[in-house]
Design a protein around this ligand. Structure first.
Ligand SMILES: [Zn+2]
Length: 68
């Protein structure tokens, strides 16, 4: 499964890097072209056009809990 360690994008219009740090932390860039939400639980993107931001989020592949 994928674990989100950073939920962030950079707006191509205003250059601002925005990061959502909590599942209810909705953050919009200063020009309003894009926004992130979901913190480390899910990656939610709001944007005017798909080309309006650069993806900066990081995920890691973690193994299911080992059974011992
Ligand atoms: Zn912007």
């Amino acid at each position: 499964m994928q674990k989100i360690i950073r939920n962030a994008i950079k707006c191509k219009r205003c250059g601002e890097v925005i990061e959502s740090k909590d599942c209810h932390d909705f953050v919009q860039c200063r020009c309003g072209a894009c926004a992130v939400d979901g913190g480390h639980d899910y990656l939610r993107r709001c944007y005017l056009g798909e080309d309006s931001y650069i993806e900066l989020s990081e995920t890691v592949e973690v193994a299911e809990e080992e059974k011992k």
